[in-house]
Design a protein around this ligand. Structure first.
Ligand SMILES: [Zn+2]
Length: 272
């Protein structure tokens, strides 16, 4: 049986955001996402909470997480290691401690599991992957732009579509709207202080405005994308029934028929 997987709500496409370092300009980024009812993932370093930082004359200090973590309500908080080191220069144990400490600190703070991460500086080695796996992380984002809308074959090496500073941002978004990829995903990443440095928070506003007007696009956090995509891969068809052993309701279409296969259940369907 040929079928096409869709996102929740029968949407063909999704957009997700990933912003790093937990700096004061995240407040502005979050308020723009909120204005358009879009969801993002924010990668935080618990060991840098409250640390002051000046970059090119701009104050881009880290948020005091214990006071400010509520700004991320409605979004996902993920790990970016404890102190933002170049992971590939560390031993396996040091790398694991970087993620473990950050994970524990963030989980205590927000009272929820932290299951995703982003690599500081985008660098890693085989020990990093092993540490992430042992700690139960489900995904980790790199900094390598794919300019594509496909899903990663390995979520621990999740390459984003594009950085917001890339001049190809809007041409790539146009290609995304035309794309016929199954479960197409536009994955945008960056740092909020870059909008402040470039004085262009309006770029994010424009991007969000365009995306939010498309009715066929789901907005989801990184983890929600990971979780749904992984679940959708379990669905199969046999002798008149779709089966869904996963814990999420899965949306799909067969020709023009739109179906929801209930979590842990099945649905009778005969091809006409
Ligand atoms: Zn970073």
């Amino acid at each position: 049986m040929q079928f096409t997987l869709l996102y929740p709500g029968y949407k063909a496409k999704a957009v997700t955001f990933s912003y790093d370092d937990g700096i004061i300009q995240d407040k502005e980024t979050v308020s723009i996402l909120n204005k358009y009812h879009l969801k993002g993932t924010f990668n935080l370093n618990s060991g840098q909470s409250g640390e002051e930082k000046i970059r090119d004359d701009l104050n881009c200090s880290h948020l005091v997480l214990k006071d400010d973590f509520h700004i991320y309500d409605g979004h996902e908080i993920a790990s970016h290691t404890y102190s933002h080191p170049h992971l590939e220069t560390l031993t396996f144990d040091q790398q694991k401690l970087q993620f473990l400490t950050d994970k524990i600190d963030l989980e205590r703070l927000i009272g929820k599991k932290v299951l995703g991460a982003a690599y500081p500086y985008g660098t890693y080695n085989s020990d990093t992957l092993k540490a992430l796996e042992e700690l139960g992380f489900k995904y980790c984002r790199t900094t390598k732009s794919t300019y594509e809308f496909s899903l990663p074959s390995n979520f621990l090496l999740w390459h984003p579509t594009i950085h917001h500073r890339d001049p190809l941002l809007f041409p790539t978004l146009d290609r995304f709207f035309e794309s016929n990829d199954q479960l197409a995903l536009f994955y945008l990443w960056g740092h909020s202080y870059e909008f402040a440095l470039d004085k262009n928070f309006d770029l994010l506003d424009k991007f969000c405005d365009i995306v939010s007007q498309k009715k066929d696009i789901l907005s989801a956090t990184n983890y929600e994308i990971y979780s749904y995509v992984s679940a959708s891969q379990m669905v199969y068809y046999r002798r008149g029934f779709f089966y869904n052993p996963s814990r999420e309701n899965i949306y799909l279409k067969v020709k023009d028929d739109k179906l929801v296969i209930p979590q842990g259940g099945s649905l009778a369907y005969e091809d006409k």
